[in-house]
Design a protein around this ligand. Structure first.
Ligand code: FES
Length: 329
């Protein structure tokens, strides 16, 4: 058995070939994570002392990161006592993950390849979650897919999801061909650590591509529910798509006074908004990145590029929070 010490002096024990992330979780210590499969890089940590071993491939690490002692806590087990340079997320420690039945409440087409699905949970089984987290929906034959919750907690406990069609996707066949109101499904959640942090920065930047806008919508709803907590913060929302049809929603939060910049990478000549990739549009805003927190959700490619270009431009890495959509058929 090994003792793992975090930079805020919290400790947990690690045993056998169980990942550090799972060991921490089983003892009520929540470390940053999203995909749990080595692909998103959210669970990255630096080993300050001690030795670890790989239990699944660390796909999200670059050679330079490996050489400098970085690991992914979802992919590594402890060999000796360890010191890691990360802190736990106390705010998530009380959130209980559960598997519960649910029914499909409504299903509505938002774009050619996106549907809005609303799920309802049984009475007395409401899911308590933080805006930005995701759930796994478990369908026929146990097929399981992850979807961000697109709303903050609401009185009727319903959960909204924005689901993009994946060509030949097993679950897509269900959502876009067979699903109907009152279908019985199961869900596990809430999962992930993508949520609003208690940071002192003036600028809050939300950036998304495609259905990555779903958790951003949830976070904006949570902020709109407590506008007095915002003080002099300024909120910016950047949403990128290829064509106008991809931007199927509009942020309408008058109390937040937010700046909204939709951006298209393949805009036609009539488009009056920003052009290019969403991270370029954020850079062009010329914000004081040292005084900014970023919440990014979308494709793996966008998250990796955004993290790189924004931190190079002065954003402290600890102020970049992300949830990458890792695709599966
Ligand atoms: S790489 Fe570990 S949670 Fe995604």
């Amino acid at each position: 058995m090994s003792i793992v010490t975090l930079s805020n002096h919290k400790t947990f024990t690690a045993q056998g070939d169980k990942s550090l992330l799972d060991c921490a979780k089983s003892q009520g210590t929540v470390l940053e994570y999203s995909c749990r499969t080595g692909r998103c890089g959210v669970c990255k940590a630096n080993v300050l002392q001690g030795m670890t071993e790989v239990v699944q491939p660390e796909l999200a690490l670059t050679e330079d990161e490996r050489a400098s002692g970085a690991i992914l806590t979802c992919c590594r087990a402890a060999i000796t006592d360890l010191e890691l340079d990360i802190e736990d997320l106390g705010v998530l420690a009380d959130i209980q993950v559960k598997t519960i039945p649910c029914r499909l409440d409504t299903l509505e087409r938002l774009a050619d390849d996106v549907v809005r699905v609303v799920l309802r949970t049984p009475p007395n089984s409401a899911l308590f979650f933080l805006a930005g987290q995701y759930i796994d929906v478990i369908g026929k034959d146990g097929v399981r897919r992850s979807y961000s919750i697109a709303n903050a907690m609401r009185a009727d406990a319903k959960l909204e999801l924005h689901i993009r069609q994946v060509p030949d996707g097993v679950m897509s066949q269900y959502w876009f061909g067979e699903a109907k109101a009152n279908d019985l499904l199961r869900l596990e959640g809430p999962l992930g650590t993508f949520c609003l942090r208690d940071t002192q920065t003036t600028n809050l930047v939300f950036m998304a591509t495609g259905t990555g806008i779903a958790p951003v919508k949830a976070m904006l709803e949570a902020l709109a529910a407590a506008p007095e907590s915002l003080g002099d913060k300024r909120i910016y929302v950047y949403w990128g798509g290829r064509t106008e049809a991809d931007l199927y929603w509009h942020p309408d939060f008058p109390t937040l006074g937010l700046t909204y910049r939709p951006a298209l990478s393949r805009a036609n000549s009539q488009w009056l908004g920003a052009r290019g990739y969403v991270q370029q549009v954020v850079l062009a805003e010329n914000l004081d990145l040292n005084d900014t927190s970023v919440y990014a959700c979308g494709s793996e490619a966008m998250i990796h590029t955004a993290r790189e270009v924004l931190t190079q431009a002065g954003l402290p890495l600890k102020h970049f929070h992300s949830d990458a959509f890792v695709s599966s058929n």
